[in-house]
Write a protein that binds this ligand. Structure first.
Ligand SMILES: [Mg+2]
Length: 261
């Protein structure tokens, strides 16, 4: 049977609801300047746009400033997209830092910025067109946000847009568990209340969804790759060929559920 609406809608935050690319770049640039002793000047023309295009390769925070170093060292975009897993550690090694050390600098820089100028930090986040209206319509449906961001920032960003999303429905960084684990727990919880519950999960990172397709107990979770987020043309092609993943355009995301599948 094909469900026409989910029992529960689960949404990723960054790259699905909110575009945080400007913040990612600004934080990455600050850390890049510290690590590679670059005099703090304005970033070179076009660097931000290149970084935005390459954002999908970043899996964890430490890679953000390394992407900038790779670009400025002349590594081509196709090369970064194709071989990032091999390229990134070489740049870390060259400067004599571990991924943990770089990651800590990224976290510290961001924390420091937030502590001293929360307003300017929040201002670098933008919700995708139509998303806020969609969230307003969803108030009657059970929905949750599953994110690697800290809950308090999600709440703050939504509040700025007039959305009061209950804290109990935001599963963020403090959980310290993979999204698959959160979905599994939600599914178990729903199963006790409803027969044959379905969760629809919208995420922009292909690898996260692919890992879930390999977990049979998550089969009641319908997986959607939001094509407007941080993914590449090749990610979207791969998703289209995967029978377990639905490619979802933003125009459909903001429309009725019956159009999703
Ligand atoms: Mg995301």
């Amino acid at each position: 049977m094909i469900d026409t609406a989910p029992t529960l809608l689960a949404l990723d935050f960054d790259g699905v609801l909110c575009n945080g690319l400007m913040e990612y770049f600004q934080t990455a640039w600050r850390v890049y300047c510290q690590i590679w002793s670059h005099p703090k000047a304005v970033p070179p023309e076009g660097l931000a746009e290149q970084f935005y295009r390459l954002r999908p390769v970043v899996e964890t925070g430490w890679e953000m400033p390394v992407v900038i170093q790779a670009i400025l060292s002349g590594v081509s975009e196709p090369e970064i997209l194709a071989n990032w897993v091999a390229i990134a550690p070489q740049f870390a090694k060259a400067i004599g830092l571990s991924s943990t050390e770089i990651g800590n600098q990224v976290d510290d820089t961001r924390d420091d910025w937030i502590a001293h100028d929360l307003e300017s930090w929040l201002a670098l986040h933008q919700f995708y067109p139509g998303v806020i209206e969609r969230l307003q319509q969803l108030s009657s449906l059970h929905s949750v946000i599953i994110t690697t961001k800290e809950e308090r920032f999600v709440i703050q960003l939504l509040q700025q847009q007039g959305i009061a999303f209950p804290q109990s429905q935001i599963f963020g960084k403090s959980l310290k568990q993979p999204k698959s684990q959160t979905l599994r727990a939600l599914l178990q919880d729903l199963s006790q209340k409803t027969a044959n519950p379905s969760i629809w999960f919208v995420e922009d990172r292909l690898k996260t969804l692919q890992a879930m397709t390999a977990q049979p107990d998550l089969s009641p979770v319908r997986l959607f790759l939001g094509d407007w987020g941080y993914n590449t043309e090749s990610d979207r092609k791969t998703a289209q060929l995967d029978p377990k993943i639905h490619l979802l355009p933003l125009s459909t995301f903001v429309a009725d559920f019956s159009l999703w599948v």
